[in-house]
Design a protein around this ligand. Sequence first.
Ligand SMILES: Cc1ncc(COP(=O)(O)O)c(C=O)c1O
Length: 424
Amino acid sequence: MIRLTKFGEKLCRESALYEMMDDLGAGSDAGHPRVAMMGGGNPAAIPGIEAVWRTRMQEIMNDGERFERMLGAYDSPQGNREFLEILADYFNRECGWNLTYRNIVITNGSQNAFFFLFNMLAGECPDGKKRRVLFPLCPEYIGYADQGLEPDLFTARLPLVRETGPHAFRYEPDFAGMNIGDDIGLVCLSRPTNPTGLVLSRAEVTRLDRMAAARGIPLLVDAAYGAPFPGIVFADGGIDWSENLILTWSLSKIGLPAVRTGIVVASEEMIHKLATVNAVISLATSGIGQTLVAPLFADGRITRMADETVRPFYRKKRDEFILELARAFGDAGVDWRLHECEGGFFVWLWFPGLREPATAVYRAAKARGVFVTAGEAFFTGPDQAELAGWPHHRQCLRLNYADTEGDIPRGLAILAEEIARRQG
Ligand SMILES: Cc1ncc(COP(=O)(O)O)c(C=O)c1O
């Protein structure tokens, strides 16, 4: 029996995130029935993109020095200086900003950066106050949920729901109900949002940033699927720079989740602090991803890959998936609504009148080899009484639309049966 601390207990508890990542493994386990994997978040294998990584790796192998340096040296905890300079130039060209290498830090995946930021900026402060991370529009990314070292680190606003068509809706931020007070240390959102596919407009982001800045609180915008790369965004994913912003990107969704490379852009002061934390937790960041992609950022090829290959690939997948989904739900008589999918590789579905929680649908579908993610897990932070009075949060599922292997029509037919059985 291992005796754990509170910290240990918190991190060792099997979370919804753990179950989702475990499903990813089970989905490919030979002993497990697998009809369709529409659960977790592996990026799709896109042949034109995989070929670029292969070529780059060969170039590195053929370069007498690079290969050895890539594997044999610790970089500074801020990241590789040459890569940081390349990135600053890249963002300045693509986004019209005015960054230097001092505005960027590389972490071992953006997930790591969130852990640093949440616990640096929220929790018990030296002035005795407890500050929290505010999700201004919940549901939000499941990977944030268990990252707080102190209990109750998160608070969130539920969205306004606007029905935009017979089977379509979208969430909107509840600006009127949003109070960014002294009890908040960081405001955080993903854009495109995982799970919903929402892309908050530039104006909405700027409005939130100004509201936060007025209280001296940074706004973190997680662009893991965003612009200018990996470019899995079907709306304007651009953003107007301000010193109050903390922006994160990742090499994962363009096809390199295994190199664990996250990119953070922020004020020089924030970057210096993050580099210091990175030294304590990781010593340095892996150089493999940085070495692999550096020339692609230097000549802008990464944006062309995003625009010409990655986005068209996902757009086509999304459109085909939605057609299949409408057919399967129509055949089974399911009452369904789709959140307008403006980015990311998930669709977010709402089933009004679902009598059992979405988790029951998830379990029943999983038993028949169909993997999806139940919506409840994405509601971290809202007031519990408010949430309990809003059945909507138990009536949603997130589906990965980009699986290239499973039998999607059959998977959706099975899912539709399980929903219809519990609806009406
Ligand atoms: C919204 C969002 N942000 C960040 C991440 C994590 O990315 P990384 O692999 O860089 O840790 C994910 C992964 O699914 C994500 O969906």
